[in-house]
Design a protein around this ligand. Structure first.
Ligand SMILES: *Cc1c(COP(=O)(O)O)cnc(C)c1O
Length: 399
């Protein structure tokens, strides 16, 4: 049967404290106990149905977590104050000193530098591999490997991970398969394809209004409870706690995600096809010549398309900068990092979001200087946008 993630979000029912149709926002850092014995039990880990302290959990955060778990089809989920808060806590929970991680080499810059520069201090080391080549993934696994990590659609190169194949490798070697699905919410459901843990930066498409950062870890009850454990849970002890007001506002935005994703995808597809026809070097998973196109097609929940991200390569950083400045001047979008906003956002990843990655490694993975990453907005008239973008490209001489 086809998986219908948006239906699962829609089917949740909320009754607020006073019969409100949105859950009440929990405006408390701490909670009373009717008996002292219950407080003791809660600290012993029998916290079912009880709130203890808002770093542990809060009603608003639980509501958002449950909605995201419904979307991803996992038992449960726990939200965090940022995508990096979710990623770092998850990996620190899964790995002990001496453990090893196999990661895609094309991951978000912050994730890359966390793996490369930060957790080696705990003697947790990472091999970075080309995730599109399963034999390389398998060859990198050692007896100490605990985690296989990738992004469904990678940032910024838009490589597509064949999650089914990777899940089989993870299973065979008893690794926890962790997938960052930030670029492809609703389109791809990693847990349905064999991922053990699914992470999102809520900052991007899911919240969609570029007014807050947030993150989530979706997984089994056992794993999510371990993250929240008062004794040794990374989320509890490192404290990447999302504020309840933000959780409530993200939950409200999540309910329109399906409409937004369709429009982002439709607009991105339109522009990618046009740019390609104009002989611009265009990368978009929806294009037939994209190396990951067929695997995306095979894995996707069709209604939501191939996502809102595309890249073009205009040859040099100078040209990229000139074009982006002009497009901003013409109000076609903002020269800004991040993604999933109603306006188009563009940036040159080599000198911004992926600048943590050394230049030689950028070159090896195909991240060139003139690459512009676009997060295509919700433009109502994408044909008009295309015509105006084309004019900018002609003025700076890349067309
Ligand atoms: C932005 C992003 C992150 C980090 O999320 P924050 O909310 O900024 O901490 C992680 N992974 C991907 C793919 C991202 O795009």
């Amino acid at each position: 049967m086809k998986y219908k993630p948006a239906n699962n979000i829609q089917d949740l029912q909320y009754f607020g404290e006073f019969g409100g149709i949105n859950p009440s926002i929990s405006d408390s850092s701490t909670y009373t106990f009717l008996s002292a014995k219950t407080m003791f039990d809660t600290f012993e880990g029998n916290a079912e149905g009880c709130y203890l302290y808002s770093r542990h959990s809060s009603p608003s955060n639980l509501y958002l977590g449950e909605a995201l778990a419904a979307m991803e089809g996992t038992e449960t989920a726990t939200v965090a104050a940022s995508g990096m808060g979710a990623i770092t806590s998850t990996l620190l929970q899964l790995c002990q000193t001496g453990d090893h991680i196999v990661s895609s080499r094309t991951v978000y810059g912050g994730t890359y530098t966390f793996l490369k520069n930060f957790i080696p201090k705990f003697n947790i080391n990472t091999s970075f591999v080309d995730i599109t080549r399963p034999e390389m993934v398998e060859a990198a696994i050692t007896k100490n490997t605990k985690v296989l990590y990738c992004e469904t659609v990678s940032n910024p190169l838009l490589e597509v991970a064949n999650l089914k194949v990777l899940a089989e490798i993870a299973k065979k070697h008893q690794l926890t398969f962790v997938v960052d699905n930030t670029f492809s919410p609703l389109s791809i459901s990693p847990a349905k394809l064999g991922a053990d843990v699914v992470i999102h930066s809520l900052t991007k498409f899911i919240n969609g209004s570029s007014d807050t950062v947030g993150g989530v870890t979706c997984g089994s009850k056992e794993f999510v409870n371990s993250l929240r454990s008062v004794n040794d849970g990374a989320n509890m002890l490192l404290g990447p706690t999302l504020d309840s007001f933000r959780a409530a506002s993200i939950l409200k935005n999540l309910r329109t995600l399906h409409i937004r994703m369709k429009q982002h995808s439709q607009n991105a597809m339109y522009l990618a096809q046009r740019f390609q026809k104009d002989n611009l070097k265009t990368v978009y998973p929806g294009l037939k010549n994209h190396p990951g196109h067929e695997s995306f097609r095979a894995l996707m929940n069709e209604d939501y398309g191939f996502g809102g991200l595309l890249t073009i390569d205009v040859g040099s950083l100078d040209k990229a900068n000139e074009l982006m400045e002009l497009m901003q001047q013409e109000n076609l979008g903002y020269l800004a990092v991040s993604l999933g906003f109603y306006k188009t956002l563009f940036s040159a990843p080599g000198s911004s979001t992926s600048s943590e990655i050394p230049v030689e490694e950028q070159e090896a993975m195909g991240l060139s200087n003139g690459l512009i990453r676009f997060s295509i907005g919700l433009d109502n008239d994408i044909e008009r946008t295309y015509k105006r973008m084309k004019k900018c490209m002609q003025i700076v001489g890349v067309l």
